[in-house]
Write a protein that binds this ligand. Sequence first.
Ligand code: ZN
Length: 410
Amino acid sequence: MKIAHHHFSIILLVLLLTLQCKPLYFDERYKTIPVDEIPHRSQMSINPSDVLEPNQHWEDLELQSGDNLGKLLIPLVPDTASLNGLMQAISNQVDLRRMQTGQKFHLLFADDILKELQIIKEKEIICFTLEDTGWQSLVKIRELNTLIRFARGDVDSSLYNAAVDANIPLPVLMEMIQLFSFEVDFQRDIYNGDYFQVAYEDILDEHGNSVDTGRVIFAYLFSNGATVKHELYRYKDFQGNWDYYNSLGHTIRRELLKTPVNGAYISSGYGMRVSPFLGYSKMHQGMDFAAPQGTPIYAAGGGTITTAGWSNVYGWYIKIRHVNHYETLYGHMVSFRSGLRRGSRVEQGQIIGYVGSTGMSTGPHCHYEVHYYGEPINPSTVRFPPGKILQGEELELFQLHRESLISSFL
Ligand SMILES: [Zn+2]
């Protein structure tokens, strides 16, 4: 396969703030503007909010372990009276003894004399400005801006390298992989020549420095030799819930099926019970669905088969790995669906095998377990966010949103 090398284009769009703006589509932690007001494909530079005189410059300072702010400021404010005034102004606003390692400051110099000191807090900035009357303080509410970045990653060795080459932050890559893993098996479906496109939020401080990454706004993944297209869009439904949807308006997140066997009845629930084999009380780590031998067993969710084999307890059994650290296990089968083996990818609702009574079993049933982080949990109480299919006006608005994103970025 010929590997195409592309240069990664990153379109930077600065979202300017407007006072009345009502964020429609983006992370509500930060002010931003509706997507249809994003300047289309324009290349804009990021300017610090402050306009500087030619003799002025900003510097950053971070408190290190063992540092003392007063001592740090001595060389910056050589006038002792002025330094005392500044320290007094600071101690009126913050408890200096509680200042922590890693505390950030912005320092404005004019002709190398400290003119302004800013203490950067999570939600506010405390500014100390040197006026003719001495040091004055002012508390400003921080206005973090959201920048939408768009990047394309081309796989020529790994997804990780593709993301690094495209300057995509690791948390964005991880979120994208987790979202796509509802329909993509990243160990089997990714080949050289595959590529992805992702728009994501970058959170900028007042000086245009990235301070955090936000959410994935939308993403495309072309897998299996760039032959299969996957897409997802972040959208808020009328109930105010954010979720990711495919191009048809279906949530990509899927819950596990409540029962892996149709028409079965629960012959034994999850919890302590007297083992019919051991004669004493023992934890039953799953649920038993009684059904005639040969009844189909369905994969409760999409995933990858990690075990398809024999155990003296479970008999013929299959274990499936799902996203988000869930696994499911199906025991006592009479047989597997032909062709399935360890590593096989299965879809939700696909037949994986047939009810039997192999292993430690007193009659035909499917012993079903759900594991979370490797530990069995009660299958009947697993809470997944329910899937949703957008309809009517909700679907129309979603499609408008989707088209707007496509025309903005692609
Ligand atoms: Zn059981």
